[in-house]
Design a protein around this ligand. Structure first.
Ligand code: SF4
Length: 410
């Protein structure tokens, strides 16, 4: 973890279009139906133009991009030519390093070999495939626009085109999902053998159809005990299959951690482009509007201002909290000597005191029980959450840290 780099090394580009809205999703997306895509949608074409205006209005930086991430939404609804244009503009504006990681989120059923080859020719070298589940009834229940067969076709196409790096996204804790079904999903994912896997526990957001149909903790949603068992099962099966559990929800084979997402977890600056995207540049976080109309108006003002962001800089207290909230998500944990250097010895003392409570449950690793960590240890003292128990209770631990550090500063 390097604290406080100045120049962004990564760019997130949000593509806010989906065929349908999944029943659990509250992301900023526009639903375009099953027949539209980049080839025949004026809405997508117009959005790409505005996105380009935003990128071109952004002040250049002296450091080339080391990561680009097309997220969504469903970036694979864009044509290869549209992705190529966006990458060309990013390259002209900031430069893209020759060994950059260029990822695109894709949904099964939205791309074929020709499109994928086009993406690869433009530089896309990592696919993050939104699988979520392997059983048609679960996919249907989630409102996904694809079926299980589409998943296997998508994987075959990725392999055929030779994109070197791909990841699968899965969701646990779905309504009616049993531990056995989750085990089978993990087995299938392991059999596909991607170099990266993300396993998310379902969060029921109140504004979604799931939020209206289901109440967290009530059937048919699995209860907390069952979701905890699912989490432990994933950690156990995937580590046995050779994946490193490098972040609360992410697993990778050696050398295949997502470089772009690490920028977020290490609290490094990054560009964010597009509707609903957040950027973190020059110590300022800026969230773009979540509807297309408001985003287009925002870009017009942004251009007129010469790319000025009028958000206030992140306060030191917020920077400390963010560094901890994000850093403890990683199996590398947090380096308390670096924290002391940037935020002072009192902050380290408050962190250590809070963590000691959880150390007793064996949820913390690396804590000096004398409480003197960060004061005299060399090499740097890393403190991390244990896998899986510390990770499983990360929300509880982080909420306590948040409380003690904000109380501390009052
Ligand atoms: S594909 Fe992803 S972004 Fe689109 S609606 Fe479904 S969950 Fe949301």
């Amino acid at each position: 973890m390097k604290l406080h780099r100045v120049c962004p090394r990564g760019a997130y580009v949000h593509i806010p279009f989906c065929r349908r809205r999944c029943f659990y999703c509250d992301f900023p997306v526009s639903v375009i139906g099953d027949r539209k895509s980049g080839e025949n949608s004026g809405t997508i074409a117009e959005y790409v133009e505005v996105l380009i205006e935003e990128i071109e209005a952004t002040p250049r930086s002296p450091h080339p991009l080391e990561t680009v991430f097309f997220g969504g939404g469903t970036p694979s609804l864009l044509t290869a030519a549209q992705i190529d244009r966006l990458l060309t503009v990013l390259d002209r504006q900031f430069g893209i390093a020759s060994d950059a990681e260029i990822s695109a989120e894709m949904d099964p059923g939205t791309f074929d070999r020709a499109k994928l080859s086009g993406y690869a020719r433009s530089g896309v070298n990592r696919v993050s495939l939104g699988v979520q589940a392997f059983e048609d009834d679960l996919l249907k229940l989630c409102g996904r626009s694809h079926d299980a067969e589409d998943i296997f076709t998508a994987v075959e196409n990725i392999r055929h085109v030779g994109i070197p790096n791909f990841s699968l996204d899965l969701i646990s804790g779905l309504p009616h999902q049993s531990l056995e079904q989750w085990r089978r999903a993990l087995d299938r994912a392991i059999a596909i053998s991607p170099n990266h896997l993300s396993c998310y526990d379902l969060v029921v957001e109140p504004v979604t159809p799931f939020g209206r149909f289901y109440k967290p903790g009530d059937r048919p949603l699995p209860d907390d005990d069952l979701t905890a068992q699912m989490y432990r099962l994933a950690a156990e099966m995937l580590s046995r299959a050779g994946y490193e559990h490098y972040e609360v929800s992410n697993y990778a084979k050696k050398g295949f951690q997502c470089r772009h997402n690490r920028l977020y977890w290490e609290n490094q600056p990054y560009y964010g482009f597009g509707m609903g995207a957040t950027s973190y540049v020059g110590d300022r976080r800026c969230s773009r509007p979540r509807t297309r109309k408001e985003y287009y108006e925002w870009v017009a003002r942004y251009k007129a201002s010469g790319g000025a962001i009028d958000e206030p800089p992140t306060s030191t207290e917020d920077r400390l909290l963010e560094t901890l909230m994000l850093g403890f998500r990683l199996s590398d944990g947090v380096n308390l000597l670096e924290i002391r250097e940037s935020f002072g010895a009192e902050s380290v003392a408050a962190i250590v005191e809070t963590l000691q409570v959880y150390d007793k449950n064996n949820w913390i690793e690396g804590l000096d029980r004398s409480g003197a960590i960060g004061e005299r240890r060399s090499p740097p003292a890393r403190v991390r959450l244990t896998d899986p128990e510390g990770f499983l209770f990360s929300n509880t631990i982080l909420a306590s840290l948040f409380e003690s550090l904000t109380v501390e500063s009052r």
